[in-house]
Write a protein that binds this ligand. Structure first.
Ligand SMILES: CC(=O)SCCNC(=O)CCNC(=O)[C@H](O)C(C)(C)COP(=O)(O)OP(=O)(O)OC[C@H]1O[C@@H](n2cnc3c(N)ncnc32)[C@H](O)[C@@H]1OP(=O)(O)O
Ligand SMILES: O=C([O-])CC(=O)C(=O)O
Length: 477
């Protein structure tokens, strides 16, 4: 039997949360943004934006412009823009380390629309560390106990989902709501607090899941309260120096720095991909019922765990490893092409290729490639990384010849997992958990804004097949 949960929602949490620079900045923005929404609702609700077709209803609502999402927009040709800024512009303007912006700076940007200073960015790092310190740098005891008792072969994404759901027992939003202490105008405040607590806890949760996977649940590292969020994720994976972790792969100093920077880069660019992708949309949908942020994001994680979405990161690595076993020479294009055709002819997808919206190579993929190109010495003897690079030149023309997909180019998942694999994170099922850490940021930021705006429960109208047929005959005859 599981022990009863105890509350860990300490006063230290609430003190540092309510006085945070981020929350103060957000608070100032609320009146103007609410009045902009009110103006749209009162004066422009009947303006027509889009036509919904039968094709979109039976085709996964592709292209329907039907969600409010403020943080990011996705252009088919240019890729993701964070508050209007491309990844390159973010790299040039957001504060970071070694030229790589910190995911914390992205939180500030997405939530407030403003480029933070280094000090503002650090205030978020400090906020996370205050939250962790108030928990003695440990998961709440009940969450830890449940995570310790999970079957060790339970898929890491299932573990992540369970861990997030367990954290919900400490939800400030849910507790205040249950006690009748908050009204609609205040929902955002405790949603903000929960979201920060959730993101702060991810290094602990991801560390627990990874240690369940490879170390019988025994910790691989510890939190360093003077370091940033990404560093602490690396540390909990046993991938920092022996000062903070076991340095499980005996990486040298340069490799440790590179791995940490890979993590910062990866976590920074996966945060959000506008609102329609499954993990974001699901978080928004479930959140619209006023489920707390932990339950809402756990739902998003369940969506990310599908192989057509985030789990493609795992499938790509499996694909590359199997391919490498069959291909002795990365320059043997004929053999590689025939292997790709074999997959296509058996009616399966090539993981890491194609996209529902993008019509050019994913700029996030290009950023991952650049990371490799800037470290040629490190990667020159890695056959998997070479194969990943080779595939990006061969697969698009094959997919074009295959003639089915609307976008034959690599997406972000085509490269990321194999770079983690290179540095020694080699458990295939784990890659999407790292994705899940990053993706918390965009959907939770939007959830806070959903509650500031007071958006209603999401509830589209469905139609049955008969009605669709009837509508098509009446409209075409
Ligand atoms: C973080 C992310 O989520 S990025 C995406 C990660 N997912 C993958 O990499 C999995 C492989 N890719 C795919 O399955 C798809 O390209 C998706 C799911 C990403 C997008 O799906 P859609 O928008 O439906 O793609 P599209 O309109 O191009 O599909 C048309 C046809 O091409 C096929 N197709 C699309 N991509 C591929 C691919 N990589 N390999 C083979 N066939 C493909 C589709 O299965 C579909 O076939 P069907 O007509 O028999 O049903
Ligand atoms: O936009 C999508 O549909 C999938 C994707 O690339 C992401 O969520 O990062």
């Amino acid at each position: 039997m599981l022990r009863k949960f105890t509350r860990v929602y300490s006063s230290v949490h609430s003190t540092s949360l309510s006085s945070s620079a981020l929350k103060d900045t957000l608070r100032e923005l609320i009146p103007l943004q609410r009045s902009r929404l009110k103006d749209l609702k009162t004066n422009h609700s009947n303006v027509k934006i889009d036509n919904i077709t039968v094709g979109s209803i039976i085709g996964g609502m592709r292209g329907n412009q039907s969600m409010l999402w403020d943080g990011t927009t996705l252009s088919p040709n240019e890729g993701i823009k964070f508050k209007g800024m491309t990844i390159k512009q973010c790299q040039d303007s957001l504060p970071g380390i070694d030229g790589i912006f910190l995911p914390e700076s992205m939180i500030w940007l997405l939530l407030t629309g403003k480029i933070p200073t280094m000090q503002e960015t650090k205030s978020i790092t400090n906020l996370f560390n205050e939250i962790l310190k108030s928990q003695n740098n440990c998961l709440p005891i009940e969450v830890d106990s449940i995570m310790n008792n999970l079957p060790k072969d339970l898929h890491p994404m299932t573990q992540l989902s369970i861990g997030l759901e367990c954290l919900s027992n400490n939800s400030s939003f849910a507790n205040l709501y249950k006690d009748g202490k908050i009204g609609k105008n205040d929902y955002w405040d405790s949603t903000f607090d929960d979201s920060m607590v959730l993101i702060a806890n991810l290094p602990l949760l991801i560390g627990k899941i990874y240690s369940n996977l490879i170390n019988n649940g025994k910790s691989l590292g510890s939190i360093n309260n003077s370091m940033d969020w990404s560093y602490n994720i690396c540390s909990m994976l046993g991938m920092t120096s022996t000062k903070d972790s076991i340095n499980k792969n005996n990486l040298n100093d340069k490799q440790l720095i590179d791995f940490n920077n890979l993590m910062r880069l990866y976590l920074g660019i996966h945060v959000d991909h506008e609102g329609g992708n499954v993990s974001a949309h699901t978080t928004h949908l479930v959140g619209s019922t006023l489920a707390d942020p932990f339950l809402s994001y756990a739902s998003g994680i369940n969506g990310l765990a599908g192989p057509l979405h985030g789990l493609a990161a795992q499938e790509v690595v499996r694909f590359l490893i199997n391919l490498e076993k069959n291909v002795n020479d990365v320059n043997d294009n004929k053999l590689i092409e025939s292997q790709i055709w074999e997959i296509l002819n058996s009616n399966k997808v090539i993981p890491g290729y194609g996209h529902a919206v993008l019509r050019k190579p994913d700029p996030r993929f290009n950023v991952m490639l650049e990371f490799v190109e800037n470290r040629q010495q490190e990667f020159q003897d890695d056959p998997h990384v070479q194969l990943m690079q080779k595939l990006s030149t061969l697969v698009p023309s094959i997919l074009l010849k295959h003639g089915k997909c609307n976008n034959p180019y690599p997406n972000v998942d085509a490269a990321s997992g194999i770079l983690f694999y290179h540095y020694g994170i080699q458990e295939l099922l784990f890659f999407t958990v790292i994705f899940g850490c990053s993706r918390s940021i965009g959907p939770l930021v939007q959830l806070i804004w959903d509650r500031i705006y007071g958006l209603p429960i999401e509830r589209p109208k469905s139609l049955d097949l008969k009605t669709l047929e009837k509508l098509t005959t009446s409209r075409t005859s």
